[in-house]
Design a protein around this ligand. Structure first.
Ligand code: SAM
Ligand code: SF4
Length: 314
């Protein structure tokens, strides 16, 4: 389906919970988020019904996110139900990896096609300090479990943070030398807890190109610019919402765990899908797509949404 600027919308990011087992300093407050009433969250049946309606409106790819999607009870059953939606071409999931040792194989069996794993640092002390509750070893065990389960083309999402992990750009990109993985460096967006951080924390993706002068650009689809280190099995991606706004190429809509359709991560506009069924649900999704904002205002006025990242799904 086309939005009002002619963009094809075929990608749904579906948040299945705003809860998380980590408390990453840039994403969530230390005390976590106030627990929403169970009754306010979409049930597994509602998530499936909304996903199927989005597919009927032209969505071909769904990414499950959160919060941490793997803490949602019934996540494997949900994946199985989503994979059975006729017309859905790809089911992906973004995770911090902590629960992959138990869940990677069941998720693969349920039909999940691809995993993105967040990995901001390869140093155990930094990992513990940034996530507040996580250990690097847990995520490394999760990566091994994902490979063993058959997820071979893993993507790693690394938020670039000045003074925290900019001295690890070479080491993180080095993971692609021997594995068919993609390490994607993402510019930190000023929202939620990090909105007031010092400007030295906000690095441009160009920093990666400066540190890795041998990177060779390769063709890319989607919002990431893609590169390869000479002779590498995998690739390096740059996702630069701040320095290289990609709104004109954005194909996404989002649905939050409490059932609000959002045309843009940073927009305050939300359309409630809860309680809608059949044609009314299809009409609401079509309306949400039609009203997708032209662009975000991150670099001019900041994010317009009052939600934190874990409440929308990054
Ligand atoms: N819990 C899962 C995870 O961490 O992969 C999925 C949800 S998390 C909100 C999705 C992605 O958003 C993660 O890669 C995280 O690093 C990223 N993220 C969170 N806050 C961000 C911010 N302010 N700027 C850029 N990326 C952010
Ligand atoms: Fe949790 Fe992901 Fe946010 Fe970290 S980035 S606190 S893992 S939702």
């Amino acid at each position: 389906m086309l939005d009002r600027c002619g963009r094809t919308i075929d990608y749904l990011r579906l948040s299945v919970t705003d809860l998380c087992n980590y408390r990453c300093r840039y994403c969530m407050p230390e005390e976590g988020v106030p627990k929403r009433r169970h009754a306010d969250m979409l049930t597994l049946e509602e998530l499936t019904e909304i996903a199927a309606a989005c597919v009927a409106c032209g969505v071909k790819k769904i990414r499950l996110t959160g919060g941490e999607p793997l803490v949602r009870r019934g996540i494997v059953e949900l994946c199985r139900a989503l994979r059975a939606i006729p017309g859905l071409e790809e089911l992906c999931l973004t995770t911090n990896g902590a629960l992959l040792p138990q869940l990677a194989a069941p998720l693969r069996q349920a039909g999940v096609d691809r995993l993105n794993i967040s990995l901001d640092t390869l140093r155990p002390d930094r990992f513990a300090a940034m996530t507040r509750t996580g250990t690097l070893q847990n995520t490394l065990d999760g990566i091994r479990a994902a490979e063993e389960a058959g997820f071979h083309h893993l993507k790693f999402d690394t938020v670039l943070i000045g003074g925290f992990n900019d001295d690890e750009i070479e080491a993180l990109a080095g993971l692609t030398l021997e594995h068919p993985w993609e390490v994607r460096f993402i510019e930190l967006m000023p929202m939620g807890p990090c909105a007031g951080w010092d400007k030295s924390c906000f690095l441009s993706g160009e920093e990666v190109l400066k540190r890795l002068p041998t990177l060779q650009e390769i063709p890319s689809q989607g919002v990431a610019r893609r590169y390869r280190l000479p002779g590498a099995a995998g690739t390096v991606g740059l996702i630069s919402p701040m320095s290289h706004e990609f709104c004109a190429q954005c194909r996404r809509i989002r649905v939050t765990a409490d059932g609000k359709l959002k045309g843009c991560l940073h927009s305050a506009e939300e359309l409630s899908l809860r309680g809608l069924h059949g044609q009314a649900l299809l009409d609401a999704i079509a309306q949400g797509i039609a009203q997708k904002p032209l662009r975000h205002h991150l670099t001019s006025g900041g994010s317009d949404t009052a939600r934190t990242m874990n409440e929308i799904g990054g």
